[in-house]
Write a protein that binds this ligand. Sequence first.
Ligand code: XIL
Length: 490
Amino acid sequence: MGVRANSRPGTRQPFTGMRRALAVGALSVLGAVTAFAAVSGPADAAASTLGAAAAQSGRYFGTAISASKLGDSQYTTIANREFNMITAENEMKIDATEPNRGQFNFTNGDRIYNWAVQNGKQVRGHTLAWHQQQPGWMQSLSGSSLRQAMIDHINGVMSHYKGKIAYWDVVNEAFDDSNGGRRDSNLQRTGNDWIEVAFRTARAADPAAKLCYNDYNIDNWSWAKTQGVYNMVRDFKSRGVPIDCVGLQSHFNSQSAYNSNYRTTISSFAALGVDVAITELDIQGGSAQTYANVTNDCLAVPRCVGITVWGVRDSDSWLGANTSPLLFDSSGNKKAAYTSVLNALNAAPPVSPSPSPSVSPSQSPSQSPSQSPSQSPSQSPSQSPSQSPSAEPGGCSATMRTVNSWPGGFQSEVTVTAGSAPVNGWTVNWTWPGGQSISSLWNGQQTVSGSNVTVRNAPYNGSISAGGSTTLGFTGNGSAATPSVTCTSP
Ligand code: XIL
């Protein structure tokens, strides 16, 4: 279905070559760059860089950075001026960070990390568990030794960057291109639970980082691969597997084209209670209109926290400059696509600044996937909403316990228990005693007002049978505390 149907587990060379060949073909189909700025922004008070424009609505705008180009002043000037979130293009991958088993090398990852932080930017970590760019020693492992190596790798890399990474792509590209199931790979052959083991390991290794699943060709809501990932995330949320975000790589080309249902994809993932990020955006042919559409689709969903383009200038793109996929041309000039993105960002309604993307207003029911039921393929995610109150008697109760704590932070679990009658929708509430704050919450939808926290059920866990219970969890900043929790059900 997609351009990358041929990428094979365990082989690297054909992977890039294949994608480049397809990229060139795609350009000829798309034709010349559309020199048309799709959106006109307000003239007054418009921000003049992508990062500043995105920040007006509490989002970031990022790019992939290559350590080998940090000496190129044109490159670093543009990158520093325009972007406020940085992903290492290759330098934090498995082959770069653990070239020999048990020997970690963070030289180039740290060069990028330090450059970013010294210039006031945040960092996305990319990536901890992937079938590509594995060092030779890992490619030759299987079974329990590979599983252990994966766990050791996650622990090794995450402990080096502990507390420093905003989002980690914990698992990358684990789904099959066409059938909605898992991709065959050496990691998959260690057992179907490898993904959740990776996420649980990651949470324990750095509870402050938001943990993402990242993939390509999960942009089109009607594709089986998108639905496969959606179902996995829904399952993880319902079972308390710690996942905080989904990354849509969004490499668009003629075979993997932008579709207007992209907004439905973003809002549907967000409705599961995860952040959504566009993580590796490039658009072959560089259509300004498509760039504006992508930007506007993100801006339409409160939990779409930011956009990262996969490179600075066309000449920096992994796809080759001739595909014209990025926002700056090979001489560093702003393209029409740049202007359309900037204008779209400037046209977004401002939000009051929030301390981190995690406190994004997640609850907008208008983001429900039921917006466009016609686009929903097999499993319609609309087993939602117990949100409409149905006056159940019986009530509910709730308790909080500390799962884990460390200097400056903690992880907690709230158990919500139904009384003598079933509960159909619940809301819990507590007040922090000492300035605590939530950095990431799962299995619920939070609203924060000062020290007061209200968490409503997620779309999938509102119904509790008589006497039954469900849990939500979160990581917090500050000293662990267990305030009393009230529970109400409609
Ligand atoms: C690409 C890099 O851009 C190339 O330099 C490298 O040769 C191959 O990997 N999906 C991902 C990214 O998650 O890590 C890939 O990056 C692009 C596709």
